[in-house]
Design a protein. Structure first.
Length: 72
C-alpha cells in the first residue's frame, strides 16, 4: 500500500473525529482500511514464512516450509 492511500486513511480519520464523514467518505474509508489490513496481513505472513526455530536437539525447523504453504 502506498503512502498516498495511508495519508488518505489518516485524513478521513481526522475528518471523522472533527466534523464527520459523508456516506461516500465512510465507504471509501472502509475500503481503504480493508486494503490496508490485507497488506499488513500479507507482510506478516511473508515475515513469518522466513522464521526458523532451533529445536532443543539442535535441529532447525523452517516454519515457512512447514506451515507457509497452507491456505487460510
Amino acid at each position: 500500500m502506498d503512502n498516498i492511500k495511508i495519508d488518505r486513511i489518516n485524513t478521513l480519520a481526522h475528518k471523522q473525529k472533527s466534523v464527520g464523514l459523508t456516506e461516500e467518505e465512510k465507504k471509501e474509508q472502509a475500503e481503504l482500511r480493508k486494503e490496508y489490513l490485507e497488506a499488513v496481513k500479507e507482510n506478516l505472513r511473508a515475515s513469518l514464512n522466513n522464521v526458523s526455530i532451533k529445536e532443543a536437539d539442535g535441529s532447525i525447523t523452517d516454519l515457512g516450509k512447514k506451515f507457509g504453504n497452507k491456505n487460510d
